[in-house]
Ligand binder design. Sequence first.
Ligand code: ADP
Length: 455
Amino acid sequence: MKKFTITAKVTLWYTLFMFIAMLSLFAFIKYFSNNSLKVQAQNDLKELVFEIGEEIHYENGTLNYGNDMRKIEGDVYLSVYDAYGNLLTGAVPRTFPMETPFSNYEIMEKELVNGERYFYYDELLNIEGYGNLWVRGVTSYSNTEKTLSNITMIALVFLPVLFIFIVTGGYIFTKTALKPVESIRKTAEQISAGEDLSIRLGMGEGKDEIQRLSATFDLMFERLQKAFEREKQFTSDISHELRTPISVVLLNAEKLLDDGKLSKENMDQVEKIQEQAKKMSDLIAQMLMLTRTETGQILLEKEEINLSDLSEILIEECQTFAKEKQVTIKNEIPKESILFADQGTLIRVFSNLLNNAIAYNVEGGSVTIRWEVEENTGTLSIEDTGIGIPEEDLPKIWNRFYRVDPSRKERSGTSSGLGLSMVQWLCKFSGWEIQVESHLHKGSVFKIEIPLETL
Ligand code: ADP
């Protein structure tokens, strides 16, 4: 049941209820109409026999039966017999056995071999001046049964049609009623994906439960947006505030080292202070960059870029780090590869991925950079033969301050856990698609799909 949507569940439940209700109603109607038709037929039979009995009289040596004997009343056949069972007048149905014994004042049922069924009713009368005679009424019950089976047939054809109509109508109605829920789900999904926090459901004010729910959601989204904005503002403010003291620490550390008046031991200590302050300064710069990216405070200025030349420069910048790590960089970007993009963004994304590919590599490992063009899309891939990322960590690497394993920190000198977060934001902002594939202890490949537009 958990796999079904609410619409399917509601439809299924009331279909079941409708089915049971219709079946019960049908059985109820059939049972009662069967009984009442039976009782009706028996009463008619009794009544007609009684009426005939009332009309028979003996006058001037002849029996007078009234007009009724010549016609068949409804389905009832009437006949009169003398005391010895000889037919005096009237008729019985063709198949009804004439020798059927008389029963006095009791409704009897007779079933023939061919399945035909009759009710019959006899009255023994004493006619003044004539003596005893029998009045018999016979009616076929098969006719009543036929009527009943006709009703059943009509119901069997009509009920499924009605059933389908109700179920379809109900399904459409439930789906329409629950449509706003789908819209709530989509909006919540968009917000949780971090796409746009300013989205609102805006279903208006009303007494309807869903409208009230959507108003509560909108209120929640409003608070969420404010909380996010406060958080970003806080990060931005704190980074700004920290910049000056860190610069002062760095400046003074540099001065102390330049003066050359310090002892060897003090020099080492100041160098350590300088190193840590440098890391803090880099971290602050990254945090500021990230908040700027997240809040859309960066301007994209697209221009024609020669990717082959740019990659040469960026690789050159990383060579010292790569040599230190004993990693070879293979540049497979074809000559004269051109694209239109914001240069600053491309450099930040490229350098971050390249630095990670070196930092999280193994001794003697390699990094391969490729540029492949297919139709209107170019794919920049940076592949390494490094330590890889466990599958369960892959979705989390884009989170701020996320590091797969704190022990990896030592691999990259300036590890902050902010790099990929910024890379992802920059790609999104530029309309690029970034993907990662990785196998633990084998390596990773980061791919960026860039639409090849022209200016
Ligand atoms: P950091 O500053 O720690 O490198 P990133 O946001 O750039 O932060 O990366 C997040 C985490 O993802 C890293 O701590 C690292 O564990 C993992 N990672 C990133 N790139 C690679 C890679 N090429 N190979 C293996 N692990 C990687």
